[in-house]
Design a protein around this ligand. Structure first.
Ligand code: HEC
Length: 117
């Protein structure tokens, strides 16, 4: 192993990670701008879901990016509502929206996994 190998490997890694990180940051900035059309739902979203689902480093699928939701969406809305209610991984139960109804969660999730306009 030469120092050249490590140098090249390092540069290759940087080249691969740099744009991906930038892309993530950009995606999060786009997600931050999005709100549900309904004012009451937007208020619920702002004080709970937004705090993770529009942050690149939260590990949460970003709002307005169906690619990020991919396989999750494929499991269907009822399954997603169920995991939001129970919590999943780093997401606390109810996504920190204690007063969200099942319908609110369903509408929030529908909004979050839809492509941004
Ligand atoms: C504290 C951060 C946080 C908050 C607040 C939050 N989420 Fe999440 N959410 C996450 C993370 C992290 C994941 C990915 C969990 C995993 O797959 O391990 C996730 C995943 C999800 C999923 C996918 C679940 C699945 O089965 O794959 C749904 C649906 C969801 N969140 C809905 C919501 C809704 C609706 C709100 C607001 C009411 C919300 N989240 C608030 C962090 C959060």
């Amino acid at each position: 192993m030469s120092i050249r190998f490590f140098l090249c490997a390092g540069i290759a890694l940087l080249a691969a990670c740099g744009p991906a990180k930038q892309e993530q940051a950009l995606a999060a900035r786009r997600a931050e701008q999005l709100r549900p059309a309904d004012a009451r739902l937007a208020a619920l979203y702002e004080r709970s879901c937004l705090n993770c689902h529009a942050r690149a480093d939260s590990g949460a699928p970003l709002t307005g990016q169906p690619e990020a939701w991919g396989l999750r969406s494929a499991r269907g809305l009822p399954a997603l509502v169920q995991s939001a209610k129970q919590g999943l991984g780093a997401m606390p139960a109810m996504g920190l929206c204690a007063d969200c109804s099942d319908v609110d969660l369903r509408d929030l999730i529908t909004f979050m996994q839809s492509p941004s306009p």
